[in-house]
Design a protein around this ligand. Structure first.
Ligand code: FAD
Length: 344
């Protein structure tokens, strides 16, 4: 079967990898001069599920994705995988209530998700944490750019090849994995661009003690070679990738509010801005494109694309190759483009 994938970010590369493992030879077309040209080009990213208070289809999706990612990351050598553990601090009453319900309702084995007091969080983190937290002991970070490269070993791909229309493509199946540019092919989808910037800062004597990832309104990763990654700004409906100096200050300010004192002396080294795509209900769009029978979509991965692109790749591979589905029907329905259809 001839399979063409439009877009060489996490969504397109993960799908190519999964299809290749299943004996297919997909071809990836990337508009940029390198893979991971868009949101997937960050130096470092946390692989986190998107938490919800209840255990519904979205929780089932991210739970399966997390387990799958942990198994898959082990198979790669050069993706800067750092399973340091991640603390999600409960720095507001609302967040505390929601994360406590997550722990109860998601009902993961406590080895993999549990609540910790501020004293325990401080011990785990190696820096003072004023709040209790939800702790994922096997959470951590990878380098999305390197993960794309790892997925794409042995995959035929063409750089500097922006696809403008689908009619001319010689393929039995086409997959749109081109982030916000999916709208150019299917304008009816409620995909929203969300600009974001991450900041790399030089560690201080104090911040160098940090031993695990920390999520608050932003996130901070432990220093690697004396450099922390601080994330990320979130600007809906902004679709440019220009650097905004104020964003670095905003990332530092969010850290200062969650872990006061840790921001002191952090020196900005570099930054990267790009545009995520998200959907109206912030859940990815994975499945058949509306009004097509051979065009699929993997998009709207929002701020959780490291996990959702891989899980989405397995689901799409099942659909394309007409295999038994790796996710239950209610999750597939929640991901599909059909969910946006107006009911008459
Ligand atoms: C600042 C920031 C921080 C983030 N932090 C995290 C994090 O810590 N953890 C996490 O899980 N996620 C994080 N994310 C989200 C994650 O990066 C995205 O969800 C993910 O990269 C989306 O992958 P994608 O392949 O769908 O899109 P993209 O990476 O944008 O890839 C789309 C590709 O398609 C190409 N393309 C576009 N149009 C065409 C065309 N016409 N023809 C050919 N190619 C085309 C583009 O050049 C691009 O390379 C972050 C995002 C941002 C912006």
């Amino acid at each position: 079967m001839k399979i063409a994938i439009i877009g060489g970010g996490l969504a397109g590369c993960a799908l190519a990898w999964v299809l290749h493992q299943l004996g297919q030879e997909p071809v990836v077309y990337e508009a940029g001069s390198e893979l991971a040209n868009g949101a997937s080009g960050n130096f470092s990213g946390l692989y986190n599920p998107r938490f919800s208070a209840l255990r519904g289809p979205d929780a089932d999706f991210y739970s399966a994705a997390y387990a799958l990612a942990l198994r898959s990351f082990k198979t790669f050598d050069d993706i800067d995988w750092c399973p340091t553990g991640v603390l999600h601090v409960m720095d507001t009453e609302k967040k505390e209530k929601r994360l406590k319900r997550t722990v109860t309702n998601w009902d993961w084995a406590s080895d993999h998700m549990h609540l910790v007091s501020s004293e325990e969080a401080t011990k785990i983190a190696g820096v003072d944490i004023e709040y209790g937290a939800l702790y994922l002991p096997d959470g951590g970070s990878i380098a999305p750019r390197k993960l794309c490269a790892a997925y794409m070993q042995n995959i035929e791909h063409y750089l500097n090849t922006p696809i403008e229309n689908l009619e001319g493509i010689d393929a039995d199946v086409i997959v749109l994995a081109c982030g916000p540019a999916v709208l150019e092919f299917v304008p009816s989808l409620p995909i929203i661009p969300v600009r974001g910037q991450i900041t790399q800062v030089k560690s201080t004597q104090k911040s160098a003690n940090l031993k695990c990832g920390i999520c608050y309104e932003g996130y901070l990763m432990p220093a690697q070679n004396g450099v922390h990654t601080l994330g990320a700004t979130f600007q809906p409906s902004v679709d440019h990738s220009n650097i905004i100096k104020q964003d670095d200050q905003d990332n530092i300010q969010k850290l200062a509010e969650a872990i006061p004192g840790l921001e002191v002396g952090l020196e900005v080294l570099t930054q990267r801005a790009s545009v995520r795509a998200t959907s109206r209900n912030r859940f990815p769009i994975i499945g058949l494109a509306p009004e097509w029978d051979n065009v699929y979509i993997s998009a709207a991965h929002g701020s959780y694309g490291i996990l959702s692109s891989l899980m989405g790749a397995h689901l799409l591979a099942d659909m394309i190759m007409d295999r038994p589905r790796c996710l239950p029907a209610d999750v597939i329905a929640a991901l599909s483009t059909q969910r946006f259809k107006k009911r008459s």
